[in-house]
Design a protein around this ligand. Structure first.
Ligand SMILES: NC(=O)c1ccc[n+]([C@@H]2O[C@H](COP(=O)([O-])OP(=O)(O)OC[C@H]3O[C@@H](n4cnc5c(N)ncnc54)[C@H](OP(=O)(O)O)[C@@H]3O)[C@@H](O)[C@H]2O)c1
Length: 269
């Protein structure tokens, strides 16, 4: 990496929740960064971040990650500026719950487009601008540990993120770039409101503070960890998912949630 290149962090999903906390904590704790590029659709929320942290130079990227044109635009910007990306956070994501047959096809595809396609595309676009010591934080989820009837496509999208991150970590090891998959359980953000999701009392009880999740994620990335799992309950879920047969656990989950699909759709042959 050239010495004169601008050192930056790029954070997608920086307009709210965990991504926003990560962007703010970087602003406070990484004075070596010349700029933090923050990407989301809501411009006013990104502007509010700049107001909150006036000492930090933010670059506001008001972009929609569900739109493929965004990747061309981002590639052009990176090519023109040729920054040194010290930190990449893929924080943008969304979730819709309910039995798959009852959800809109467009909503299901949005989850794949943003949670998987955009995360992979943004990562790929950033790789030429990263070097030894750079860090990539991928927002996966505890949902990645086990298939989740009633949240099937979301959980599948997150297991894609986890699998991709773990493999990419090994691909990038020789270049000294560290990939950390962040796998929290329920976190107290706009995520549930945005996805129209009502939380069960149990999940509400375990809601984590996004500031703490972000702090742990940054600390784990700094230590070079492959996974950042916040909270004892999620660590237990991970162990249970490894120890017990997957089929049992998935069925147990269905019985708990009563979310098995009973609708038989008309099939036109
Ligand atoms: N909250 C949880 O319980 C939880 C648990 C585990 C993992 N996660 C994961 O953590 C990540 C952050 O979630 P959060 O809890 O912080 O939720 P959040 O507060 O709803 O934040 C989601 C972020 O993603 C951005 N985003 C969504 N769609 C986008 C699009 N099409 N283009 C650009 N940006 C888009 C949103 O920005 P705009 O709306 O401004 O575009 C927002 O900044 C997600 O990947 C989520 O799956 C969340």
């Amino acid at each position: 990496m050239g010495r004169n290149r601008k050192k930056i962090a790029l954070v997608t999903g920086a307009s709210s929740g965990i991504g926003r906390c990560l962007a703010r904590q970087m602003a406070e704790n990484y004075p070596e960064l010349h700029e933090i590029w923050v990407l989301a659709r809501r411009k006013e929320e990104l502007e509010a971040l700049q107001t909150e942290c006036p000492e930090t130079q933010f670059r506001l990227l008001v972009m929609d990650l569900a739109d493929k044109e965004t990747f061309t635009e981002l590639a052009g910007l990176l090519g023109a500026e040729r920054p040194h990306i010290c930190l990449l956070v893929n924080g943008a994501g969304l979730g819709h719950n309910g039995p798959t047959a009852r959800l809109e096809t467009s909503g299901l595809c949005d989850m794949i487009d943003v949670n998987c396609r955009a995360l992979i595309a943004v990562t790929r676009l950033c790789l030429p601008y990263m070097g030894r010591g750079s860090r990539i934080l991928q927002l996966a989820s505890g949902s990645a540990f086990l298939p989740q009837p009633g949240f099937a496509v979301y959980a599948a999208s997150k297991s894609c993120v986890l699998s991709f991150s773990q493999a990419l970590r090994e691909e990038l090891r020789p270049r000294g770039i560290v990939v950390t998959a962040v796998c929290p359980g329920p976190v107290d953000t706009d995520f549930f409101r945005a996805g129209g999701i009502t939380l069960s009392p149990l999940k509400r009880f375990f809601l984590a503070d996004p500031e703490k999740v972000a702090k742990k994620a940054l600390a784990d990335a700094r230590k070079g960890k492959a996974l950042s799992v916040y909270g004892l309950s999620m660590k237990m879920v991970r162990i249970v998912a490894k120890v017990f047969p997957e089929g049992w656990l998935v069925r147990f989950h269905v019985n708990q949630q009563d979310s098995s699909e009973k609708i038989v759709e008309n099939v036109h042959c």
